[in-house]
Ligand binder design. Structure first.
Ligand code: AHG
Ligand code: MN
Ligand code: MN
Length: 284
């Protein structure tokens, strides 16, 4: 299961074998249940229809089947991210247009993180709830009711190898944190970057922090690095439901009206006061 699949996805990224397998597992597990009108995956070019032989329902499921692909071969935590939308009225054969709803319209969102334990983190719009897989029972146990993100933090996450490509507000925001106790923030910060968004967001839901994948000169043409529908929206709903904030730097992520399925956006999310500070620097 390790290694390259030898193919590229719609976004021009090399697919790992596990990306392809995870995508097939998710489609097969969800196509027959009768709840869905259609699906969309980071790994599939167009809308994934429900086969004719199965009953259909009123919901649309969107997913990043395997988040953190670069961590597979090195045995670091990866995950699965998902988002659920209502299919607009009369949506028998959903088209791409039916999926293009802002993140604020999500009825549920969550992720599974495959780390030292497997956890499923879920919101249906009434807080964030965590479940841990008990392998012997073969089921998830409700271990983390009402997960919250503290408003303040001393920990941030960003791929700083991109620093020279960042815009001025992010250079200033990260620079001030790096100046520590003797800089304008008057305190020292710690840094973590797993390179699996699921694992970085899970840490923030566990102990706070701010996660950033801002727009930079390298990804400007694509609109950002992370995908709005499969990554940014579900994580933004979870973080807001836990009391945090999620912004592109210029607007609330959940307010972004998508124009295409595989759209990308800049992402700044986590502890509310830090996200607000980064957004304020963008306005100045
Ligand atoms: P994916 O594996 O689904 O393509 O997503 C990877 C994403 C995200 O999980 C992570 O935060 C980021 O890309 C890592 O980017 P760098 O390789 O630039 O660190
Ligand atoms: Mn991903
Ligand atoms: Mn992926």
């Amino acid at each position: 299961m390790l290694g390259e699949a030898g193919s590229d996805n719609i976004q021009g990224e090399a697919q790992k074998k596990l990306d392809v397998i995870a995508n097939e597992i998710l489609i097969q597990a969800n196509e027959w249940g009768g709840h869905l009108a259609g699906m969309a995956s980071e790994e599939v070019d167009t809308v994934q229809a429900i086969p004719r032989e199965f009953p259909k329902g009123g919901y649309l499921l969107l997913f990043d089947p395997l988040d953190g692909s670069s961590n597979i071969d090195v045995n670091v935590s990866v995950g699965t991210i998902f988002s659920v939308l209502r299919c607009p009225d009369g949506c028998a054969e959903p088209t791409e247009a039916d999926f293009l709803q802002p993140g604020s319209a999500q009825v549920a969102a969550g992720y599974a993180v495959y780390g030292p334990s497997t956890q499923l983190i879920l919101t249906v719009g009434e807080g964030v709830h965590g479940f841990t897989l008990d392998r012997e029972m073969g089921s998830f146990v409700y271990t983390h009711p009402f997960m919250t993100v503290p408003a303040d933090t001393q920990e941030y996450a960003i791929n700083s190898s991109n620093a020279r490509f960042w815009e001025a507000p992010i250079k200033r925001y990260v620079g001030e944190m790096q100046e520590g106790k003797h800089g304008p923030r008057g305190k020292d910060f710690n840094m973590r970057w797993v390179a699996s968004m699921v694992a970085d967001v899970h840490r923030i839901l566990t102990r706070g922090g701010v996660f950033m994948y801002p727009i930079d000169e390298k990804c400007r043409d694509r609109g950002g690095k992370l995908r709005l529908m499969y990554e940014a929206n579900p994580m933004a709903l979870l973080i807001e439901q836990a009391g945090g904030a999620a912004s592109t730097g210029r607007e609330r992520i959940l307010d972004v009206v998508p124009t295409k399925l595989h759209q990308r956006v800049p992402v700044i999310l986590g502890s509310r006061n830090e996200v607000e500070r980064a957004a304020a620097y963008h306005r100045e």
